[in-house]
Design a protein. Structure first.
Length: 91
């Protein structure tokens, strides 16, 4: 009876190289954690915005944009109404 021992671990050369997407994903993840940690260190953990804060500020920004759009629409309509109309003569 002959026993053979196989190496269950692959040699580094046998492992496939990581795909570009995997490297990019890892890099973005590390950068996000770094930014979060720096923000906590600078402003303090109590002042770091939460997801609820972000949603609230996004809602306020949407309301401000909608209000500005409505104001502009009213202004344009007002100017169009006050502008004298020119009569177009048929040739």
């Amino acid at each position: 009876m002959e026993l053979t021992v196989s190496d269950s671990q692959h040699s580094p050369a046998a492992l496939p190289a990581p795909a570009l997407a995997e490297v990019s994903r890892a890099l973005v993840s590390v950068a996000a954690h770094l930014v979060t940690n720096v923000q906590r260190a600078v402003v303090g953990p109590a002042k770091v915005p939460t997801a609820r804060d972000n949603a609230y500020f996004a809602m306020l920004a949407d309301q401000a944009r909608n209000q500005a759009r409505a104001d502009l629409t009213r202004e344009v309509a007002s100017r169009l109404r006050s502008r004298p109309r020119k009569l177009v003569e048929a040739r």
